[in-house]
Design a protein around this ligand. Structure first.
Ligand code: ARG
Length: 586
């Protein structure tokens, strides 16, 4: 990598000048003045009681002569570094021929399990489930690209109260008579589920008896009692079919289609491990584990006697079993970690791409697993919490009537709006084309933000063919493809530099290449989105100023074609990580 080479030159220069210290460079903050800069002389001079400017000059004087970089000192004590044309040419050539386009693969490869998706069976997928498959899929692709072994598990929510609620409602609506020997078999349909769950969910909030009954139904399902369990499996099947359809439209691909229910067989064992370690206690008939550490659970003084106790820094105990023996979300997550560790040996990390608002849940689960040894000491458990997708009013995105928006409706909206764009561009509508553009727009609009930040769903902005958008990147790739098709050339080997625009492109590729590592470290795709946009934008400048097809000088033309191929390769590589498809035309 370029920084290894640069830092070695700088450090050797410092050594020769009598400073036995490692010094290093970063990308320049002023790209007009230089490509890289080294700021280390300030701190070093201070440490050694020297004049920083003089120190920088001494170091630069002692740097080995080379054809690749030009070193200059700038006041107060920066070392500015510029790439020579010779080096830029070498880099272009190297990126063009290297299969990975100059992005190194990690030597220390990790084994990672990624938990994302997390759709709930029997409930319609809604907007709150949009970010997990988008971010999770891209992180998976990024980790794999950098050498990790990654297992993607969708971890369906299929073992909770919603199952009991849905079944009970279906029963009350007369849809389950057959299973209770009272009538003709009726197929359980998606439409029935879409009606049953919201109805039951609303009722449970006002009807305590109904809620209790739903708890009982849930428990019967969890105990695999018949016919409750058979009905459950039918519901699951209908629901999962629909979930698979939506995830596939979003381009999310999973290795495992496990759910909370798959952890059922590990629950007793997990609880035994926890009990044997003396970590659990009974509280009002429920089995709980205290997980709070110092500084948490600080009581806020009550202002009246009948006020409920509140806490400043609450960390309630994790509940493993309810009063009736039923298990909860935390229990299945703990048992799932046990299952994963038995199924896959030596997992270095388990990462959860789940709404930020579940932070406490994961803190509880992780602490129980660490305290009990269910997760080995050296294993990293990580919750990558994402922010909320808001409407233009800054509040969580809702329908006009204030209901949560179904994922299906968002996808339809994106497809329709992308379709309109296609038509206005004179391209014949077809759904897969509109889906690629609509979903691509959504993904880029999401991933360009840091994961933990809220952002605004602005469909006009996302779908614009200009600016920092998915369609702009797609359009750039489509345009390059069309030029390359016109030239008929399929392979290029010789890269040369004829203009400033080309140099700028190579510099942008350098930044793009180093953004992969930044994304990996910070668990975000934002730097990759930005660097890809900058490359596309540098390419646009080149394309506006240079006429590739009509270039008379054959050598020049070939090198332009090589540049096009290189940019195409780099954009495709980035879009593949972002899981954004490149349409045939747009
Ligand atoms: N089903 C959950 C929800 O809708 C998300 C699951 C996330 N993964 C996990 N292991 N808890 O909130």
């Amino acid at each position: 990598m370029i920084f290894d080479e640069l830092n070695l030159l700088l450090t050797n220069g410092a050594k020769k000048a009598g400073y036995n210290e490692n010094i290093s460079a970063t990308f320049s903050n002023l790209p007009k003045a230089s490509d890289f800069q080294c700021n280390d002389c300030f701190a070093l001079a201070k440490k050694l009681g020297k004049n920083p400017f003089e120190m920088a000059e001494e170091i630069v004087k002692n740097i080995d002569k080379n054809d690749n970089y030009i070193f200059e000192v700038a006041r107060p004590a920066f070392i500015n570094i510029k790439l020579t044309d010779e080096k830029l040419k070498k880099l272009g050539q190297e990126f063009l021929l290297d299969k990975r386009g100059g992005v190194p693969c990690h030597k220390d490869k990790k084994k990672v399990l990624l938990d994302y998706g997390g759709a709930n069976v029997a409930k319609a997928l809604h907007v709150g489930h949009l970010r997990s498959p988008i971010i999770g899929e891209s992180l998976k692709r990024l980790y794999r690209f950098l050498g990790d072994e990654v297992i993607a598990d969708v971890h369906l929510g299929d073992w909770g109260l919603q199952m009991g609620l849905t079944e009970l409602q279906l029963f009350l609506d007369g849809n389950l008579d057959y299973y209770f020997n009272q009538g003709e078999e009726k197929e359980i349909t998606l439409a029935m589920l879409n009606e049953a769950y919201p109805k039951a969910s609303a009722r449970k909030n006002t009807d305590a008896k109904f809620k209790e009954e739903a708890d009982e139904w849930t428990l019967k399902i969890q105990k695999k009692e018949e016919p409750y369990y058979t009905i459950y499996k039918k519901i699951r099947e209908v629901s999962v079919k629909e979930i698979k359809k939506h995830y596939s439209e979003l381009g999310a691909e999973f290795d495992l289609w496990f759910g909370e229910s798959d952890a059922q067989d590990y629950i007793d064992e997990a609880i035994k491990i926890i009990e044997d370690k003396g970590l659990s206690r009974l509280s009002d008939g429920a089995l709980v584990v205290d997980v709070a550490i110092e500084g948490e659970n600080i009581p806020i003084p009550k202002t009246s006697d009948d006020e409920v106790q509140r806490y400043k820094n609450p960390m309630p105990p994790a509940i493993l079993k309810k009063y009736n023996g039923g298990v909860l979300y935390a229990t299945t997550d703990i048992a799932t970690i046990l299952m994963r560790n038995q199924m896959f040996k030596d997992l270095d990390r388990i990462e959860y791409i789940v709404d930020l608002r579940q932070k406490n849940h994961f803190t509880q689960v992780f602490r129980v697993c660490k305290m009990s040894g269910i997760s080995p000491e050296k294993q990293e458990l990580l919750h990558i919490g994402y922010g909320t997708m808001n409407g233009k009013d800054g509040k969580p995105f809702k329908t006009r009537s204030g209901d949560t928006i179904k994922l299906e409706d968002i996808i339809d909206l994106l497809v329709n709006r992308a379709g309109e764009k296609l038509k206005s561009n004179g391209v014949k509508y077809n759904r897969s084309l509109a889906l690629a553009i609509g979903v691509g727009a959504m993904k880029f609009g999401d991933l360009i933000n840091n994961v933990d930040k809220d952002y605004v769903f602005d469909i006009d902005k996302f779908l614009s063919f200009e600016g920092k958008t998915g369609p702009y990147l797609q359009y750039t790739a489509v345009r390059i493809n069309s030029i390359l098709n016109k030239t008929g050339v399929t392979e290029a080997k010789d890269f040369a530099i004829y203009n400033e625009e080309t140099k700028d492109i190579i510099k942008n590729i350098l930044k793009l290449n180093s953004s992969y590592e930044i994304c990996y470290t910070n668990k975000t795709l934002s730097p990759l989105c930005l660097a890809s946009y900058n490359l596309a934008s540098a390419f646009s400048t080149f394309y506006n100023n240079v006429n590739v097809i009509n270039e008379k000088d054959e050598k020049k033309k070939q090198s332009y074609i090589a540049l096009l191929m290189l940019v195409k390769k780099k954009l495709c590589q980035a879009l593949d990580i972002l899981a954004i498809d490149i349409p045939e035309k747009m």
